[in-house]
Design a protein around this ligand. Structure first.
Ligand code: GLN
Length: 249
């Protein structure tokens, strides 16, 4: 079995170790005998979204978001169709903002977003920086997961607000999340996940990596469950981080 995993704009959207998410997905495929086919695509390069199983968009600064917006817009219709068809997408910070309606920078200027997610973002007066612990909403993870928490690191000035039709991934136990005000972090729409958590996210949260992989194989009709891996070290690391951060909070 093969899974097609794409890092879109790897040269522009790759902050704070975001590429580690691709490495984690690839490793967790290989450990199970699934062949990960990694594709990178940047400005001007073709990409067949429908042929992808998982799409990854990392974080980037306002400058990089401005550089890629036109290229992203020309891909909008195809990406939207693939998402409606169940494409699994992980988008972090700047990438998350670009899937929403717009990102308004500190000076007032707006960077257009694809509007696939019913969210919008405005730069706040202070940057939201630090470690984050999120308690995922019931129903985000499949029943078998050992943890209901995500750990990660955020660094953004954007404050993201969710429209009535979408829900956050969960509630912030430590840190700021979407906007520092309403206690929510991230969003889910169909198989699209948006979050502010860098870190990188997936090595720190292997249960979340497996959720993405499971959704991808389910969409392709290749099964419903992944073979379990020995995640004892990853789980110890996750637990240690959650406990440390909760104690400090
Ligand atoms: N430009 C965005 C912000 O500061 C994105 C930052 C990021 O991707 N880490 O809100």
């Amino acid at each position: 079995m093969k899974l097609n995993i794409c890092h879109l704009y790897p040269d522009l959207l790759d902050l704070y170790g975001d590429r580690g998410n691709i490495l984690a997905l690839a490793a967790r495929c290989r450990w199970r005998g699934i062949e990960p086919v990694i594709r990178q695509a940047s400005l001007g390069e073709d990409l067949d979204f429908m042929g992808m199983d998982i799409l990854f968009l990392g974080g980037g600064s306002d400058r990089e978001q401005g550089l890629l917006v036109q290229d992203l817009m020309r891909r909008g219709d195809e990406l939207r169709s693939a998402i409606e068809n169940g494409l699994v997408v992980l988008s972090i910070c700047g990438g998350y903002q670009m899937l929403g309606k717009f990102y308004q920078m500190a000076g007032g200027e707006k960077i257009q977003g694809l509007g696939i997610l019913d969210v919008w973002t405005s730069a706040g007066a202070k940057r939201l920086i630090g470690n984050v612990v999120v308690e995922l909403d019931e129903g985000v993870l499949n029943g078998n997961s050992k943890f209901r928490t995500l750990v990660g690191f955020e660094n953004h000035s954007g404050k993201t607000f969710l429209g009535a039709g979408v829900k956050p991934l969960g509630k912030v136990l430590v840190g700021n999340g979407n906007n520092g005000d309403d206690g929510g972090e991230g969003v889910r729409y169909r198989n699209v996940f948006g979050t502010y958590l860098h870190g990188p996210l997936l090595p720190k949260n292997p249960h979340f990596a497996d959720l993405l992989l499971e959704l991808a194989i389910l969409r392709r009709g290749l099964g419903t469950r992944l073979r379990e891996l020995d995640d004892s070290l990853e789980e110890l690391a996750h637990e240690a981080m959650v406990n440390r951060l909760l104690k400090q909070a």
